[in-house]
Ligand binder design. Structure first.
Ligand SMILES: *Cc1c(COP(=O)(O)O)cnc(C)c1O
Length: 254
């Protein structure tokens, strides 16, 4: 390994130790077993070599948010002999489903019936194992930010307008459950801007519990990023999606 790659691996190792310690602390504070929490290293904007370092350091799950970046990176990582589980965590366009089901094992961001249907068709055609699916929830109902919307009264704290049918959580969940080669694993959310994370993740936990009444296998909760990891663990997150705390601050998006 070249000297710069050596230094990069050492840096990632240190960051990983810090994040793992934070997960252990957060779990201890919540009386939870860290073994029930999956760390998803979000490697967007960082090169395949970083993914390979993380895998060598014991990371098993990596996340990406854009197919244009993820597809070649996944191919490069595979060619280098590393085999992490790939999680797609970003907004997904229906015309990218065929590509994404080719490398991803988990999609965290299904938020409409139309997308669930397209993903099921792609997975049925291109996969021989199930794709794990999280339904992404909009906690504040903001239509510009993506996410399925729980119907009014669905769980404590859920109010607001009825969603358009395509983004109604119950319909989206039913479409995923009916999809070929799709397995409904649970829910995902990003805390809305300006909300205390505890409020967001309490609401998400209540929505997750209500969804489990109809779909007992939907027990996973994807919540928590670098800035709100602890609050997410306090409210039952099973998958935390950590980018900057592991890899460093990303350049701002243009
Ligand atoms: C980038 C991203 C993350 C990681 O965010 P950090 O704040 O860098 O930890 C998590 N989830 C999604 C959906 C993302 O796009």
């Amino acid at each position: 390994m070249s000297a710069p790659e050596h230094a990069r691996r050492a840096q990632l190792s240190e960051n990983l130790a810090r994040v793992r310690a934070e997960i252990a602390d957060g779990c201890a504070a919540a009386g939870r077993d860290p073994a029930e929490v999956t760390l998803v290293a979000v490697t967007k904007t960082y090169p395949a070599s970083d993914v390979c370092h993380l895998v060598a350091l014991g990371v098993t799950d990596v996340g990406e948010n854009r197919d244009q970046e993820a597809a070649p990176k996944a191919a490069e990582v595979a060619a280098a002999g590393a085999a992490p589980r790939w999680h797609f965590v970003g907004q997904l366009q229906r015309n990218k489903c065929a590509s994404v089901v080719g490398y991803a094992d988990v999609v965290h961001s299904v938020d409409s019936v139309r997308l669930a249907d397209a993903l099921g068709r792609a997975a049925g055609r291109h996969r021989d194992t199930d794709l794990d699916v999280f339904v992404q929830i909009s906690l504040d109902g903001d239509p510009t930010r993506g996410g399925a919307v729980a119907p009014p009264g669905y769980a404590p704290g859920v109010s607001g307008p009825t969603a358009e049918p395509d983004r109604d959580l119950e319909r989206v969940a039913a479409a995923v459950a009916a999809g070929e080669r799709l397995r409904l694993r649970g829910v995902m959310a990003v805390a809305p801007l300006g909300w205390p994370p505890a409020r967001a993740f309490t609401l998400l936990a209540d929505i997750a519990a209500r969804l489990r009444v109809g779909y007992p296998t939907a027990h996973a909760v994807s919540a928590g990023m670098s800035g709100d990891l602890r609050d997410a663990l306090a409210h039952g997150a099973t998958h935390v999606r950590i980018g900057s705390a592991l890899l460093g601050n990303r350049p701002p998006l243009r």
